[in-house]
Ligand binder design. Sequence first.
Ligand code: NAD
Length: 276
Amino acid sequence: SKVPQITLNNGVQMPQLGFGVWQVPDDEAEQAVSTALEAGYRSIDTAAIYGNEEGTGKAIASSGVPRKDIFVTTKLWNGDQGYDSTLRAFDTSLAKLGLDYVDLYLIHWPLPARDAYVDTYKAFEKLLADGRVRAIGVSNFLPEHLERLTGETSVVPAVNQIELHPHLQQQASRAFHAARGIATEAWSPLGQGKGLLEVPAIVAIARKHERTAAQVVLRWHLQLGNIVIPKSVTPSRIEENIDVFGFSLDDEDLAAISALNEDRRIGPDPGAFDVA
Ligand code: NAD
C-alpha cells in the first residue's frame, strides 16, 4: 500500500491513514472493515464505547491479511478509568476483538474532574511492559493534561487523538505534541462530512486537482503530518478516502485551507466533558 508509516516515539510504525468505525453498528462493522481492508487500509480505529469491537475483530480474522500487517487501535471508556478497572476493561476489549494484543491503546477522554487519568495510564504502562499493547497514548487531552501526565508517569504517550479538521486546526496542541515527540492523530478529519466538504475554497481546490473535497481535506492533513482516520460505510467513499497518494496540494492550496480555521469544535470541550 502507498500509505506512509509514521514512526511513533517508541519506534513502532503506524500507518498515517486508517479507518474509523465510530457510529458503525456491530453487525455492520464486519462488512465495513472488510471493505476497508480490501481497499488497502491497514489501520483500524475502534473503541470499547463504539460497541463494534466484535464486528471489527471478525473482519480482521476473516481478511486473510496477516495480523502483524494490521494496526489496531482501541480505547478505554470513561467508566473504566482507574488502575484495576483499566486492566479488566483491556481484557474485555481484547476478548471482543479476538486478538492477543492491540497495537495502540488510548485513554478516550481525560475527565479532569475525576482525577483518575494518571492511575489509568499507570495500568497502560503495565500493559505495555507486559507486551499486551505495542504503544500507549491518549485522546482528547489538552496540553495541561499532558503536562500533568508526563510529570507523573514514565512513558511519554505515543499519540494524542484529538478533534482536528480545517475548522478546528489545533495549532497549539500540534506544536505542543511536536515539541514532545507525541504524534497528532485527527478525529473527525472530514469534520463529519457536513458543511466542511461544501466550503467554496475547498470545492475550488478539488476542481483544480480533479479530486473530491474529501480527498483535498485528507491531503491537507497528510501534508501537515497528521495521522487521519476517516470513517465511511459506503464502499465508493471508503476507496476514495484512501486514494489520496497520487496528487499533492501546493503551498497556495495549503494556505487557503489553513485560512479556514474558526477554532470551532463539533464535539465536547475535553476540559469539561464528563460522562460515564
Ligand atoms: P469523519 O470526519 O471521518 O466523517 C465521516 C462522515 O463524513 C461520514 O459518516 C460521511 O457522512 C462523510 N464522508 C466520509 N467520506 C466521505 C466522502 N468521501 N465524501 C463525502 N462524505 C464523506 O468523522 P468521524 O467518524 O466522526 O471521525 C472519524 C473517526 O475518528 C471515527 O470513526 C472514530 O474512529 C474517530 N473518533 C474519535 C473520537 C474520540 O473521541 N477519540 C471522536 C470522534 C471520532
